[in-house]
Design a protein around this ligand. Structure first.
Ligand code: SF4
Ligand code: SF4
Length: 207
């Protein structure tokens, strides 16, 4: 597997040993970021670094492990509830001075758990089809408060490694007025909220 070197600046003690062992000069840069254009992946710098500040990372990551749809549905639901918990904690953290710190800490802890849940669901890997489909959907959504340029940059610079799972068919995005969940279905499918089973007038199409 082809790899390249990455330096963790927080661990780097700047003793410059990696500069001496690298035959291509990839480690010798003004911004301290190893030049991946020059790096040939020999791993000499990672072995020589006394601080463990350099890691060898692969160019292409293998596709993530498949998960059963019911496992994904459960983790999505849990992640959705954790998001609500975080929003509530943030609101409570604005109030009473005595409880402020507690709710702030609770909000952060909830965010950490939720990041793990979303990672398990395959949404934290920029190269996964889940993430690409999600980001494409957000772009199509066209909201003003989205970091459109950043989303486009991620889609362009991190190619999907599960091409066959990229969404091709036309989809419709619904917002559930009962539980607030936003979900997508194929154009001809019946719309039923996957979280609370609401349908009909309880759902609205998002443009
Ligand atoms: S060898 Fe390691 S600690 Fe030393 S400059 Fe290079 S990355 Fe930093
Ligand atoms: S892996 Fe080899 S070529 Fe790449 S930066 Fe380290 S020493 Fe240089």
């Amino acid at each position: 597997m082809k790899k390249y070197a990455v330096r963790n600046l927080r661990l780097c003690t700047k003793d410059c040993i990696c500069l001496y062992v690298c035959k291509t000069g990839a480690t010798d840069t003004e911004d301290s970021i190893i030049d991946i254009e020059k790096c040939v992946g020999c791993g000499e710098c990672a072995s020589a670094c006394p601080s463990g500040a350099i890691s060898m990372v692969p160019y292409d990551y293998p596709p993530q492990q498949e998960k059963e749809p019911k496992v994904l549905a459960k983790s999505h639901k849990l992640a959705f509830n954790k998001s609500k918990e975080e929003l509530i904690s943030d609101e409570l953290a604005k109030g009473d001075e005595d409880t402020k710190r507690f709710f702030k800490a609770f909000s952060r802890a909830t965010r950490l758990v939720n990041e793990d849940l979303l990672r398990e669901s395959g949404y934290m890997l920029a190269q996964s089809a889940n993430t690409h489909n999600l980001l494409q959907g957000l772009l199509a959504f066209g909201r003003d408060d989205l970091p459109k340029k950043t989303i486009e940059k991620i889609l362009k610079s991190v190619p999907c490694n599960e091409g066959s799972k990229l969404r091709k068919e036309k989809t419709v995005t619904y917002h559930c007025k009962i539980c607030g969940y936003v979900f997508e279905i194929k154009e001809n499918e019946e719309a039923v909220c996957p979280l609370c089973a609401a349908r009909g007038d309880d759902l609205e199409i998002m443009e």
